[in-house]
Design a protein around this ligand. Structure first.
Ligand code: ZN
Length: 269
């Protein structure tokens, strides 16, 4: 069937070709893309271009974004959507504001007794409900390796979470998925992480303790691990890995295992 959307996308892609050498440099800077097959690689390349045409990147003073930097960011943004239907998963926001480094932003929280607390907190990223995504370029640059850290995927996971209301750790699930399975897997892992941290705040938790903040952060942090340290996530919380695999329709652990099997020194510590 003829689709206006697809026709428009073809036209954008024809007008904004990405040279092989440029894409090669982007791929080289993003080990988490290693293991994608040729078809996935091509789709990611196209979707990265479409992402940059559909969103406005606003670099603040001190940030210079060339084509390579923009694609580096966009490829990470589109990786989670690679096997999701070509719907507008990043609808509801148009702008990504890029700070050079971590930034201070005012926080407000009304506690159970009704008292409003206000303070300033230093962040490397924020995703505003029906508003922009804010990223520290230093954090974006630190992303892309198999290290369990990915600022871009983290903040955009919040956007996926917000597609069906407030960020609460429950994005819109596919029809084949069961909300009770999701809730069970996420809640028990979240509780386990909190229990471990309560028991011994100095103990090395299996994943970034920031995940224990609330269910929204748990989803965002485990999404980071899913794509950038799938082995650690699978080992720590296999049921969470299974749910994220069903949601993102990808298996980054299989990619990583295959890379390690075929390249014995891959990701040597
Ligand atoms: Zn977050």
């Amino acid at each position: 069937m003829w689709s206006f959307r697809r026709w428009r996308q073809r036209r954008i892609l024809a007008r904004h070709p990405v040279e092989d050498a440029l894409w090669g440099r982007v791929r080289e800077a993003l080990p988490i893309l290693d293991g994608l097959n040729a078809e996935e690689d091509q789709r990611l390349r196209e979707r990265a271009v479409l992402f940059l045409q559909g969103k406005h990147l606003t670099p603040l003073a001190g940030v210079e974004l060339g084509d390579e930097q923009r694609l580096f960011l966009a490829a990470q943004a589109e990786l989670p959507l690679l096997h999701l239907a070509d719907l507008n998963w990043y609808q509801g926001f148009h702008e990504l504001v890029i700070y050079p480094d971590d930034f201070v932003s005012p926080q407000r929280h009304r506690d159970a007794s009704g008292v409003m607390h206000e303070w300033d907190a230093e962040h490397s990223g924020e995703a505003w409900h029906q508003g922009p995504v804010i990223l520290a370029w230093s954090g974006v640059q630190a992303s892309g390796a198999w290290e369990g850290y990915n600022l871009v995927i983290h903040e955009l996971a919040h956007k996926l979470d917000m597609l069906n209301g407030d960020a609460n750790g429950l994005p819109p699930l596919h029809r084949q998925m069961r909300q009770s399975d999701w809730a069970q897997a996420m809640q028990s892992a979240f509780d386990d992480l909190n229990t471990r941290l309560d028991r011994d705040p100095d103990a090395e938790p299996p994943i970034d303790p920031y995940a224990a903040e609330n269910p929204a952060e748990f989803f965002a942090v485990t999404s980071e691990y899913f794509f950038s340290a799938p082995d650690l996530l699978q080992q720590a919380y296999p049921a969470v890995y299974t749910q994220l695999q069903a949601f993102y329709r990808q298996d980054p652990l299989a990619r990583l295992e295959h890379l390690k099997a075929t390249h014995p020194h891959y990701r040597a510590p």
